[in-house]
Design a protein around this ligand. Structure first.
Ligand code: HEM
Length: 321
């Protein structure tokens, strides 16, 4: 995976991967995000309530990614199933039957790769603005082996799915548990960008990431031997009182807000602009269309049970409007 590679291999791969996220491409995806959010809310608008997870935060990034990848309508259901099998594997709880999850993910990756290969062939003949077209052109122009492109696509898909799903749910939860902040945002919708940054700081969907020490080191007076696995507590760093005033206060006007929700350094999140765009559009549309949004007092919100340290979100988040 790109995230597990070191320079110089990482530098080359990252340069290629960046070609899938050009400013022009991102702008062309804006309307996909807007239309998909509107459609998902159309589906529930007349019901007076929904489950944020199953009705919005799971389908939104999934549909967006299928459209961004240019997956044909007929293959979308399979694509979503494979994507879930692959990403779920990375969120499997210790102690569960990891072999079974691994086998499912492996099969999904093989089938997904076969579909991507077909799409690469099509896009070579007829390039569009979808991510596979952009990456195919980049690989060819820079003389890279197109056989390796499906693997990068799987990594992008994997990194962009549950992270965004969980962040949308965490964002809705943070706003509903802080009604005064929600009111502030409703009164002044231009605060949406700053609110999104605070959501990422306050309750990031990726609280930990991992590194392997290449050499012996000492960090904060603690000796770490080469080869050790280090869990980077990004969520904890985002609540560091030496960095943030009153870190446990959720303040949508917080400034500066230099959180580590998207990591730092050479592995800084490749999809951060897309993730921010998804969250901004999704929350702004939600508050505009459902101004009376509140928790459903008759149903219980359930935090994710199945995830590792890597992901944090909700399995269920019932709301009324
Ligand atoms: C809210 C959503 C997201 C969060 C919180 C998040 C968080 C992160 C973090 C913390 C890293 C750094 C990992 C490290 O330091 O080793 C990372 C890397 C990465 N992210 Fe995201 N991410 C999100 C959404 C996305 C999306 C939507 C995509 C793509 C569609 C994406 C693609 C990637 C990739 C490919 C990397 C690896 C980059 C590299 O190794 O050079 N992410 N992400």
């Amino acid at each position: 995976m790109i995230v597990e590679k070191d320079p110089p291999e990482h530098t080359e791969l990252r340069k290629l991967a960046n070609q899938g996220f050009t400013t022009r491409a991102l702008e062309s995806w804006r309307s996909i995000i807007e239309n998909t959010t509107e459609q998902l809310l159309d589906n529930v608008q007349n019901y007076g309530g929904m489950n944020v997870v199953s009705d919005l935060s799971v389908p939104l990034p999934t549909v967006i990614l299928t459209k961004i990848f240019g997956v044909p309508e007929t293959d979308r259901a399979k694509f979503i199933e494979w994507a879930m099998d692959i990403t779920t594997f990375f969120g499997v709880l210790g102690g569960s039957n990891i072999e079974e999850f691994a086998r499912k993910a492996d099969l999904a990756a093989a089938q997904f790769s076969a579909l991507i290969r077909q799409l690469i062939e099509q896009r070579r003949r007829q390039p569009g603005t979808d991510m596979i077209s952009l990456l195919t052109v980049a690989y060819e122009e820079q003389g890279f082996n197109l056989e390796e492109l499906p693997s990068l696509c799987i990594q992008i898909l994997n990194a962009g799915l549950l992270t965004t799903t969980d962040l949308i749910s965490n964002g809705v939860n943070a706003l509903l548990t802080h009604p005064e902040q929600l009111q502030k945002l409703k009164k002044n919708p231009t605060l949406i960008n700053s609110a999104v940054e605070e959501i990422i700081r306050f309750d990031t969907s990726v609280p930990f990431f991992f590194r392997i020490a290449k050499q012996d080191l000492t960090i904060g007076g603690k000796d770490i031997t080469a080869g050790s696995v280090i869990a980077l507590g990004l969520g904890a760093a985002n609540h560091d009182p030496q960095k943030f005033d009153s870190p446990s206060v959720f303040d949508i006007t917080r400034s500066p807000n230099e959180h580590l929700g998207f990591g730092s350094g050479i592995h800084f999140c490749l999809g951060s602009v897309l993730a921010r765009m998804e969250l901004t559009i999704c929350l702004a549309t939600l508050l505009r269309r459902l101004p009376n949004l509140s928790f459903d007092p008759d149903k219980q919100a359930i935090s994710t049970k199945h995830t590792t340290l890597l992901l944090k979100g909700f399995d269920s988040l019932p709301v009324k409007f």
